[in-house]
Design a protein around this ligand. Structure first.
Ligand SMILES: Cc1ncc(COP(=O)(O)O)c(C=O)c1O
Length: 383
């Protein structure tokens, strides 16, 4: 595959790699200087690709680079395994951790498409900046990811509705107990073959007590604390029989923010409506893609604050035809029930010809090569 095997070497990416990339790669092209140590015990044969529970299986290899004295060094790919971290690593105590979630798809011709790689890299860096962490240059992000997926290409599922979930992440690894910004970070990538996220439409609760994020906080960043803080309210909602929470604005709880790992979209009176992103709402890449597709399909859309009371009115007078979450993991997750102030409403609209499903199909067709990639969203790894 043209990948070198050997001990770890120093690579200064910004110096050695061009920034102007082609959108399509053969494995030989991607690579280079990233040293690779291949596993001698692939776990592929123990993986049940027909029953992929989200996150259960991890692909054979992982990428690691270390930020030290202002540069990324010691980059390399090795067999997936536990790593050694100091108990005094700053990230474990003060929460300097950031992650991304993206996907690679098996295309109908056997190639692999990676969805909106540059946009995920940009968001990763926005999150890192908010958490005062070292930036990961696009070149490093892209080369490491493409090398890793070339090596683990057999982990990209062929089953319909399945994909390879890609998890780039970064954490503060400096060994020091005092509260300070870390001088050392690990940037890693691991991958997991996944099937559909939700088996059925969701029953959700509009949350008016707990808050996920407030304006000026870290809500727009994919930092670990945002998710850790959401577990307790989500568990309370689960006890009441709900699958997910819809967060509302921290001041007054009058407008819709987003769901746990998805942006919210509604079809109200024939129009696709979604709240704007903000410092408290993640700038979802699926949301952005669906809005672009809706524009092309001629679906009227509005990006504007969405009030809880208009959703309640729409549920009561039947004008709310669809509600769904949009996110990388679930893609499009239809909602069947919404609870507002302890009243449970059912969304009775038919699933056939649902705007959500048409948008999901349009997106899937692009990712799998069945429809033209008109916006240049796919980065292709040739089979
Ligand atoms: C809080 C939150 N909102 C929205 C999303 C959807 O974003 P994307 O479509 O980029 O996955 C995610 C998932 O990344 C998320 O964690």
């Amino acid at each position: 595959m043209g990948i070198s095997v050997g001990s770890l070497i120093f690579i200064s990416y910004s110096d050695t790699l061009a920034t102007d990339y082609p959108k399509s790669y053969t494995p030989m092209q991607t690579l280079m200087q990233i040293p690779v140590q291949k596993t001698s015990h692939s776990r592929l044969s123990q993986t049940d690709f027909k029953n992929l529970e989200f996150g259960k299986y991890i692909a054979d290899h992982m990428f690691t680079a270390t930020w030290n004295h202002g540069t990324w060094e010691n980059s390399g790919i090795e067999p997936y395994a536990p790593i050694s971290v100091s108990p005094a690593a700053l990230g474990l105590h003060y929460g300097q951790t950031v992650f991304e979630g993206m996907k690679a798809y098996r295309m109908q011709n056997g190639d692999i498409s990676i969805f909106r790689l540059e946009r995920h890299s940009q968001r990763f860096n926005k999150s890192l900046e908010r958490m005062s962490m070292a930036p990961v240059p696009l070149e490093l992000f892209k080369e490491s990811l493409l090398t890793l997926i070339s090596l683990d290409s057999e982990w990209v599922p062929r089953e319909e509705g399945s994909s390879l979930y890609i998890r780039p992440f970064c954490f503060a690894s400096e060994e020091r107990l005092g509260m300070k910004v870390s001088d050392e970070y690990k940037f890693m990538i691991i991958n997991s073959p996944v099937g559909p996220y939700y088996a059925k439409p969701l029953k959700v609760k509009v949350e008016k007590h707990f808050v996920r994020a407030a304006e000026g906080g870290t809500g727009y960043a994919k930092c670990g604390g945002n998710y850790g803080g959401a577990f307790y309210p989500a568990a309370q909602a689960k006890k009441e029989g709900f699958d997910q929470i819809i967060w509302t604005h921290a001041c007054g709880h009058e407008t819709i923010e987003e769901a746990g790992t998805m942006n919210m979209m509604f079809v109200l009176d024939g129009k696709l409506i979604t709240p704007p992103t903000s410092s408290s709402v993640l700038d979802g890449i699926t949301r952005d893609s669906l809005l672009t597709l809706a524009g092309r399909l001629g679906i009227p859309q509005e990006v504007r604050p969405v009030t809880v009371s208009e959703i309640r009115d729409g549920l009561e007078n039947g004008k709310l035809q669809e509600a769904f979450g949009a996110g990388t993991a679930a893609v499009v997750a239809p909602i069947s029930h919404i609870s507002i102030d302890d009243t449970l409403y059912e969304i009775s609209g038919s699933q056939e010809n649902a705007i959500s499903l048409n948008l999901k199909k349009a997106l899937t067709d692009i990712r799998t090569g069945k429809a033209e990639d008109f916006a240049g969203w796919n980065t292709i790894l040739k089979a």
